[in-house]
Design a protein around this ligand. Structure first.
Ligand code: FAD
Length: 439
């Protein structure tokens, strides 16, 4: 029988990040007592080492499988209509483009899948067949720059003011008087288990504090596989970005432009209120394998362990990324190709083998719920993912979601569904600039 919501105590570990903050929000929206909810994180919400602590993220509809389609459509609806989230959604649209034969074929197929999933999306995902049609949607592009490009202009998306949106949840949680613990008192060390070792009864943080609870949700993103043994189901990987500063006059030309995305180069967003453009490249991610023993494992093993920019602010990204980010800028924003790059950073996510989330009860520890395995595409789910975590806690999650997100060792999370396995940072010079913290 489900526990009464008003009396159930819940600890959300990683509650300063994307899935954790969404879970805390939906617990309250579902009628749980804020006094019984404890949010733990290394950093105050919005946690500066969350993958969501960023200027912007893409909102777009994914239809790779049934859960993807359901979740992204549900998220879009909430970004459009939920008063908490609406202010952070910039419905500029997304322009997917390519000039390679394979890339263009990929665009056609992706558009067909959208239309198959929901026929109305034919009208909101417009095929751009030539340079003139592309420039019409993105006047800041010169016609000769987009020679041979084709594209899809998707009106169903745009960009999300990411860190601000998590902060919006944080303000709500603070108003509701949820319990917060950050720093050493918020940093998960291990689950507390019953005498027979089969039930989780709380967590201990690195300062030695014990937090007892009926349920524990572990939503620690790229750190999850380092904290508890996930049997290889998640591999932590870093992706990179850089910023360029524009003058107000330059920025005005890009105002309200769609997010531009080319899978062979990367993507960029319209400038923010400080005239800053964020540029990302596209590649299979970087790992950082070291010997490490997560809780629940009998021995140390080779695990990719994130190293956050928040804890190592002088870290940047590998020299190879400088080249690929510059290549993306030369492709999209050629007039700024020699401009200084700022805030060059790595940001960490957790890939699963099939790129589906890992949201389930840990099979060894009852009441210990995993909400992780974001696979680099889950910020867009900030408004709604927590609702499904609450459904899981209550045993009402839909069969399709429970099946897609179940505990499923096996498969190749190092490659996941990407073009190639991730390269390791040990083989990628240029990113590490402090002398005290060695790999
Ligand atoms: P996070 O948001 O990273 O949260 C994990 C939390 O756990 C953090 O707050 C961290 O501080 C906390 N934590 C870690 N260790 C501990 C501990 N020991 N104790 C307590 N707390 C701990 N997604 C999109 O939808 N659209 C995009 O355009 C997009 N672009 C991206 C671009 C880049 C460069 C990157 C890196 C990611 C991008 N993503 C995008 C992916 C998206 O950011 C992630 O999928 C999502 O933010 C992951 O959420 P999470 O809750 O799993 O992890």
């Amino acid at each position: 029988m489900a526990m009464p919501r008003a009396n159930t105590t819940i600890v959300v570990v990683g509650g300063g990040g994307t899935m954790g903050s969404s879970t805390a929000l939906h617990l309250i929206r579902s009628g749980y007592n804020p006094a019984n909810i404890t949010v733990l994180d290394v950093y105050p919400i919005p946690s500066s080492q969350s993958a969501g602590h960023d200027l912007n993220k893409i909102m777009s509809i994914r239809v790779r499988n049934k859960p993807d389609a359901l979740l992204s459509l549900e998220a879009l609806d909430m970004w459009n209509n939920d008063p908490l989230f609406k202010p952070y959604f910039h419905n500029t649209g997304v322009m997917y483009c390519s000039s390679s034969e394979q890339g263009i074929e990929g665009l056609r197929m992706a558009r067909q899948s959208l239309i198959k999933a929901k026929s109305e999306m034919e009208n909101t995902n417009i095929w751009l067949d030539n340079e003139a049609e592309i420039v019409a949607k993105m006047p800041a592009f010169a016609q000769e720059q987009v020679k041979g490009w084709k594209g899809v202009h998707s009106l169903d998306g745009g960009w999300l003011a990411a860190a601000k949106a998590i902060n919006g949840i944080g303000e709500f949680l603070r108003d509701q008087r949820v319990n917060f613990r950050f720093g050493r008192a918020g940093t998960f060390a291990r689950p507390l288990l019953s005498e027979d070792g089969r039930t989780c009864v709380g967590v201990q943080t690195v300062d030695g504090t014990d937090y007892y609870a009926d349920k524990v949700v572990l939503a620690t993103g790229a750190w999850s596989p380092t904290l508890v043994d996930l049997e290889g189901q998640c591999v932590s990987k870093a992706w990179v970005f850089a910023h360029i500063q524009l003058t107000p006059e330059e920025a005005a030309e890009y105002k309200n432009s769609p997010v531009i995305y080319d899978g062979e180069y990367g993507f960029f967003f319209e400038p923010n209120e400080d005239n800053i453009i964020k540029v990302c490249d596209e590649f299979p991610g970087f790992t950082r394998f070291i010997s490490h023993r997560p809780f629940g494992s009998n021995e140390s093993k080779s695990i990719s362990v994130p190293r956050s920019h928040a804890q190592h602010p002088t870290d940047t990204y590998p020299d190879a990324s400088e080249a690929t980010i510059r290549k993306a800028i030369a492709r999209f924003l050629p007039r700024f190709k020699d401009r200084q790059l700022l805030n060059r950073s790595m940001c960490w996510c957790a890939d699963t083998a099939d790129a589906n989330l890992l949201i389930c009860e840990h099979p060894r520890w009852k009441n210990f719920i995993l909400a992780t395995g974001d696979s680099g595409h889950s910020f867009k789910l900030l408004p709604n993912i927590g609702k499904h975590v609450v459904d899981l806690i209550e045993g009402t999650i839909s069969h399709d979601l429970a099946y897609a997100w179940k505990w499923r060792p096996g498969g190749d999370a190092l490659k996941s569904r990407r073009a190639a396995p991730a390269k390791d940072l040990a083989d990628m010079p240029g990113w590490k600039h402090d002398r005290t913290n060695r790999l």
